[in-house]
Write a protein that binds this ligand. Structure first.
Ligand SMILES: [Zn+2]
Length: 487
């Protein structure tokens, strides 16, 4: 077998650790339209309509797109003149993973083993009151860098001061949908407003070569009035964009909301007019068959966050039932305050194991189904499946090389014992990611982020967190209970 150097760069777009332009985040990341890279000898898992797999495959990136894909033998002859060749032997080549629900943040690991309402009232809400713009930027950089390094190329982020989150994504090179935490009920005026959300859509939607998109965000039924939901529908229609909010997580809150509104929370969403193909609800754990039916009939997407749902003891969302009804379900980690990492590989494993345990059925949520959820399922839920979510000619070159030659991913088998998808779902983790491309541009090389200095991101986030905690301390209430939450 010919020996390929691990990568041959012939252009100025590779910034190694030594010459990383860390103090110049606005450096030019554009590629020329004709620039080509050939990935060879990879185990290519396309997640196309036929779930095509090339056990010894090759893929050609031209500019920001996937220009060709097939067996290595075929493509090596066809593109023998391409100079930039990446050897992907013993690596999986997969679509960039999609995280359909995160909250950037800085309070990771500081509010553990609590009930949902103690956690929200004593930790999360006071943090929102104390949060400042520059800390939101530090948090977004921290979280997007973690996502990229673990193979996630596209995230839906619900957070605050999101123009700064857009700046972070522009700089780091990931794809992001910004869905601000809008709240308008009395007492929540420290959240974002619909006016700010509209301004963000006008200023930032489809910027950074389309990598930054803006949706309308709504915190939750508890935080938002009917007016806010109706305004969200108006804005989504006016700007042809999406709506993201939280569906029901906890059994107790779903009951309280049902009592308060006289109907189930999903029915309230339906009556407010927010459901449809341009809407994504996070969680949807506590849903009745009628609510599953509403979500399916309206074409609403679901962001499934199994780790968060287990950690906050919310329950097992009825994902097999959603999939049977044709609902577009993507995977989400939720924020670092409820997960506590943003590793979609872990999320895949938990998504599968949770259903097997919950249903006492080992055939439930098999590896291929789970992997689709983390890729094309997420893309469909976000309405971006014509551009991302699978490796197909003409789609954006958002792709990831995962090293499968580690102890925990050996052996690699082919033919009838083909096991790469099982490795990705059950054995691998984000640290196995070697290379990441977004829009055809390398953003992670040899496991290192090359668009910013990881060290600088960590140092800054630490300082941001220290300041944030200091300012939050006087805002923390002494005692809380779910009965104090006004609906
Ligand atoms: Zn959430």
């Amino acid at each position: 077998m010919p020996v390929f150097p691990s990568i041959l760069y012939r252009n100025q777009y590779y910034f190694g650790q030594q010459n990383n332009k860390i103090n110049n985040p606005g450096f030019d990341m554009r590629m020329t339209r004709e620039e080509e890279r050939l990935i060879r000898h990879g185990i290519i898992i396309t997640v196309d309509e036929n779930d095509t797999i090339y056990e010894d495959g090759a893929l050609l990136i031209r500019g920001d797109r996937i220009a060709d894909i097939g067996s290595d033998r075929e493509l090596a002859d066809k593109y023998s003149s391409v100079e930039a060749v990446i050897d992907a032997s013993r690596k999986a080549v997969i679509p960039g993973l999609i995280n359909t629900h995160i909250h950037s943040g800085l309070i990771r690991g500081t509010a553990e083993d609590l009930t949902l309402f103690e956690w929200l009232s004593k930790h999360v809400d006071p943090m929102h009151k104390a949060l400042r713009e520059e800390e939101a930027y530090g948090a977004a950089r921290l979280c997007y860098a973690e996502c990229l390094k673990s193979g996630t190329t596209c995230v839906m982020d619900m957070y605050r001061y999101m123009h700064r989150c857009g700046d972070a994504a522009e700089e780091l090179g990931n794809r992001v949908i910004l869905a601000p935490y809008v709240a308008d009920k009395p007492g929540y005026d420290y959240f974002e407003t619909m006016e700010a959300n509209e301004r963000l859509i006008r200023e930032r939607n489809n910027t950074a070569d389309g990598r930054v998109k803006v949706w309308v965000g709504l915190e939750h039924l508890v935080y938002c009035t009917e007016d806010a939901f109706k305004e969200a529908v108006r804005l989504a229609e006016k700007y042809d964009t999406g709506i993201h909010t939280h569906g029901e997580e906890s059994f107790e809150m779903a009951l309280r909301l049902t009592h308060h509104y006289g109907r189930r929370p999903t029915r309230v969403f339906f009556d407010y007019g927010i459901l449809g193909p341009r809407a994504v609800l996070a969680h949807c754990v506590q849903v009745t068959p009628e609510e599953i039916d509403i979500i399916a009939r309206t074409g609403t997407g679901v962001a499934h966050c199994p780790c968060s749902n287990m950690k906050l003891a919310s329950g097992a969302a009825p994902i097999p039932a959603f999939l049977e009804r044709g609902v577009n379900v993507g995977l989400g980690t939720d924020g670092v305050k409820e997960n506590n990492n943003l590793d979609i590989f872990e999320e895949m494993k938990f998504a599968s194991l949770m259903q097997k345990l919950h249903r006492l059925d080992a055939t439930s949520m098999d590896a291929a189904t789970t992997f689709r959820m983390a890729t094309i399922g997420g893309a469909r839920a976000l309405g971006m499946d014509d551009e991302i979510g699978s490796l197909e000619v003409g789609k954006k070159a958002d792709l990831v090389l995962v090293n499968l030659s580690a102890l925990h991913t050996t052996p690699i088998m082919g033919g009838k014992y083909f096991n790469a998808v099982a490795h990705l779902v059950f054995a691998a983790n984000g640290a196995d990611v070697e290379r990441v491309f977004v829009d055809g541009r390398p953003v992670v090389v040899d496991g290192e982020l090359i668009t910013a200095s990881e060290e600088e991101i960590i140092t800054r986030a630490q300082a941001d967190a220290d300041r944030l905690f200091e300012r939050r301390e006087p805002l923390v209430p002494d005692s809380v209970s779910i009965d104090q939450v006004e609906l």
